[in-house]
Design a protein around this ligand. Structure first.
Ligand code: IPD
Ligand code: CA
Ligand code: CA
Length: 250
């Protein structure tokens, strides 16, 4: 299966159906509850229906944010968040994306994130690097005292605020991980035990392939489980000293 083609076509199809709803009250209407117990907004449902329809003929397994796990007995499992950042989407904040990751067995084999508004299509294959619209991207080298971090800590680790120059919390962790990957942020962490594999599967691979260190909440290599509901922590940084600094503050 040409996963890059599947991902790009799907991202474009999702874009077509969702973008007319951007910033509308219709987009944000609650239409149900997802497998994690979160509300499903109208835009989440519309986007996920495109994904389900497009994957069906491929016969692969699917883990998606609203519907959960669909087991078709395949070797391949696609882990999707049709819209990461649906609050942003519904209220008209232009930071949200489509997130798509493929696993063979338990191993990631492909990841893509499409940020709709700037039309940035990010991709990574393990061992082959990360790309944005076909051009290689890499993390930057942080300058001490000038770091920019995005962090979700629910009141923990607030000492970090004073130790870095810039804090940006953008509300779509898939997008934030691509910003780390392309050298726009130095680190992204969510230590609320809250993010799910659907939020981070593609972003973790893209960041790693761009040179980031991606760990769980204890600084150990992050493992993504094929689940729509399991909640985890993630720390992703572009330099070891930042990981050490974060660990000191935990
Ligand atoms: C949300 C975003 C956000 C994160 C939340 C997620 P959703 O995803 O990833 O960055 O802080 O934990 O639920 O619900 O907009 O797909
Ligand atoms: Ca999400
Ligand atoms: Ca979502």
């Amino acid at each position: 299966i040409a996963w890059n083609e599947v991902a790009l076509e799907m991202a474009r199809e999702v874009e077509k159906v969702v973008m007319p709803l951007f910033g509308t009250s219709e987009a944000g209407k609650t239409v149900g509850t997802n497998v994690s117990g979160d509300v499903t907004k109208y835009v989440d449902k519309v986007a996920e229906d495109v994904v389900i329809g497009r994957l069906e003929p491929l016969g692969v397994n699917l883990v998606s944010e609203e519907i959960g796990f669909i087991d078709n007995g395949s070797d391949y499992t696609v882990v999707v968040d049709p819209i990461d950042g649906s609050y942003n989407f519904a209220v008209g904040i232009p930071i949200f994306a489509f997130s798509f990751a493929v696993f063979r067995g338990k191993e990631p084999v492909y990841g893509a994130i499409y940020e709709f508004v700037p039309k940035h299509f990010y991709e990574a294959v393990p061992g082959r690097g990360a790309f944005m619209n076909g051009r290689r991207i890499t993390v930057r080298k942080p300058e001490r005292g000038k770091e920019a971090l995005s962090f979700y800590t629910r009141g923990r680790c607030t000492g970090l605020i004073k130790r870095v120059k810039r804090v940006r919390v953008l509300g779509a962790i898939a997008v934030e991980l691509t910003y780390l990957a392309k050298g726009a942020l130095d680190g992204v962490l969510d230590i609320r035990n809250y993010v799910r594999p659907t939020d981070i599967a593609a972003g973790a691979l893209i960041a790693k392939e761009a040179g980031a260190i991606v760990t769980d909440g204890a600084g150990r290599e992050l493992e993504i489980h094929l689940s729509a509901t399991e909640q985890t922590n993630i720390i992703a940084v572009n330099d070891r000293y930042l990981l050490d600094m974060i660990m000191e503050e935990l």
